[in-house]
Structures are given as structure tokens and as C-alpha cells.
Design a protein around this ligand. Structure first.
Ligand code: NAP
Length: 256
């Protein structure tokens, strides 16, 4: 009698580009080895690729239609949307594409930072609005909004910027008065305190990304009495969500 056919492996697509996406890929490969084929998808914005287990694909899909075609062509069984809270477009596309291709999807939604309601913080809808009100609030800003948002601040006058980016930029920054620091999370509270003090920061400008790896800057700002200018998160599309990589792994385990 011949051996039974091996059960085909399920195929998982992780939309990543985040620490959580990488954590899910590592945990899924370890826990479901031989049962799930893990594909991590990255936009390809960074100059180097992270070291991830499983298959890695890089670059856009060509909109929601392109993603739908990919899901069908690659026989994807499940999609994990572990993209950044501000990566609005890809999350919307994942919602549409999964609905049309009838592929179950779950989003990992980072816990927001704990900011006391009586703390010295101001919330705005986007970077453009943050740039408008910034000169009325402070003189020395720590800007951690990411390279894609810097143009919004290019016409701000009377504010000295400390800009932190994950990678060294390939072009000069579009800000007249700025100092650049390059670094990747997680950052320690000591590190953040030292930066605030060294550069005499009087406001922190940040997207409300949430998550533990970047929370130290919020703690340092509150501890030192530095104001926080928060850019509100865009809304997430509807659907199932999880708060951690472990919850996503449990979701997968229930479906296997
Ligand atoms: N926005 C942030 O502040 C931020 C911070 C840290 C990390 N990231 C990560 O960086 C990536 C890009 O962020 P973004 O804000 O530019 O995204 P976005 O505005 O939501 O997406 C723009 C386009 O980039 C492509 N794309 C985005 N994420 C992709 C992924 N994981 N795999 C394949 N294609 C992807 C898609 O192109 P097509 O339409 O051609 O499919 C999408 O329409 C995301 O993966 C995100 O997790 C973003």
C-alpha cells in the first residue's frame, strides 16, 4: 500500500513591515512548522530587509485588485494585517481584497499609549495640522513622525527640530533648523530622557502609533513635563482584531 498523500500546508500571508509582523512570522514558523507556509509581505521602503523566517516577498500588489489576484493565485488561506497603525491604504486594500477573495483576515491592532487625561498633550488629525499649531506651542521639537511626514513641517519657522529616523536619509531633510538622530526601537527610558535633556526639548511631536517599543519617549516627556503633540490614528477597517502576536497565533491554531 502506498503512503497517504501528505496534507497540503496552509498558506499564510502576513502584511508586515513592523516588529509585530516579524514576531508573528517567527512564532508561526516555529509553532506550525510543516503545517503552515508563512509568507511575509513588505512594502520595500527600507534600504535593507529584516531577517525573517519563511518566504519574504517585497513590493506593492497593485492596489486592492492586485492583492485580490495575489490571494487567489497564491491560494492564500489566511491574511494577517500586522501593518503599522498609520499604514491606512494597505489595511483598506487588505479588507477589500479579503472580502472579495473570501479569505479570513485578522488585524493586529497595537494598544494605544497610556497618556493621563490631565497630561500636557494636544491631539491633532494629521501632520499638516500639527505643523500649523506647532510654533504656537513650543520652540524645540523632537519630531518622530517618520521620513514621510517631514515635508509637512518644511514651512514651520521659529522652531528648532530634533528629527529621529530609522534609516539615514538619502536626501537632505526639508527642514531649515534641524539635527538628525538615527535609531531603531526599542528605546530605553534613559535614552529618551538623555535626548530630551541634551537638546532641551520642549515638545514631542509623534504619531499615536502605540506599542511598547516606542512608549519610552511618552514616559520621558511626561516625566520631564514636556508637552506632547499627538497625531491621531486613522480609523481601521472593520473586521476581527487581536492585540498581540500571541493572540494572532492562537487565532491561527483555532483554524488549523
Ligand atoms: N506609516 C508609518 O508610519 C509606518 C511606520 C512603520 C512601518 N510602516 C510599514 O511600512 C509599510 C509602508 O507604510 P505606508 O504607510 O507607506 O503604507 P500605506 O500608505 O498603507 O500603503 C501604500 C502602498 O504601499 C504598499 N504596501 C504597504 N504595505 C505593504 C506591505 N506590507 N506589503 C506590500 N505592499 C505594501 C501598497 O501598495 P499597492 O497598492 O501597490 O499594493 C500600498 O497601497 C507598511 O508595511 C507599514 O507596516 C509604516
Amino acid at each position: 500500500m502506498s503512503d497517504p498523500e501528505p496534507t497540503p500546508r496552509k498558506r499564510l500571508l502576513i502584511l508586515g513591515g513592523t516588529a509585530e509582523g516579524a514576531e508573528i512570522a517567527r512564532k508561526a514558523c516555529a509553532r506550525f512548522a510543516g503545517r503552515i507556509h508563512v509568507i511575509s509581505s513588505l512594502a520595500g521602503r527600507r534600504p535593507s530587509l529584516p531577517d525573517l523566517p519563511g518566504e519574504v516577498r517585497v513590493g506593492g500588489f497593485g492596489g486592492a485588485e492586485g492583492l485580490e489576484q495575489y490571494l487567489r493565485a497564491e491560494s492564500i488561506d489566511w491574511v494577517i494585517d500586522a501593518t503599522h497603525p498609520f499604514a491606512e491604504t494597505i489595511s483598506d486594500h487588505a479588507y477589500d481584497a479579503c472580502l472579495r477573495a473570501d479569505v479570513p483576515r485578522i488585524m493586529l491592532v497595537r494598544a494605544p499609549w497610556r497618556i493621563p487625561s490631565d497630561g500636557a498633550w494636544v491631539e491633532v488629525a494629521d501632520s499638516r495640522r500639527a505643523a500649523e499649531i506647532l510654533p504656537t506651542l513650543a520652540k524645540r521639537a523632537f519630531l518622530t513622525t517618520g521620513v514621510g511626514e517631514l515635508d509637512a513641517f518644511s514651512r514651520v519657522t521659529g522652531v528648532r527640530f530634533l528629527v529621529r529616523l530609522m534609516d539615514r536619509p538619502s536626501a537632505p531633510l526639508p527642514l531649515a533648523d534641524c539635527t538628525l538622530v538615527v535609531g531603531r526601537p526599542p528605546f530605553t527610558l534613559e535614552n529618551e530622557r538623555a535626548l530630551f535633556r541634551e537638546h532641551r526639548i520642549d515638545i514631542l511631536v509623534t504619531k499615536h502609533s502605540g506599542g511598547a517599543g516606542t512608549e519610552a519617549k511618552i514616559k520621558a516627556a511626561m516625566e520631564l513635563g514636556v508637552r506632547i503633540l499627538l497625531i491621531r490614528r486613522p480609523p481601521k477597517p472593520p473586521g476581527e482584531s487581536a492585540a498581540s502576536a500571541d493572540e494572532v497565533i492562537a487565532w491561527l491554531a483555532r483554524r488549523l
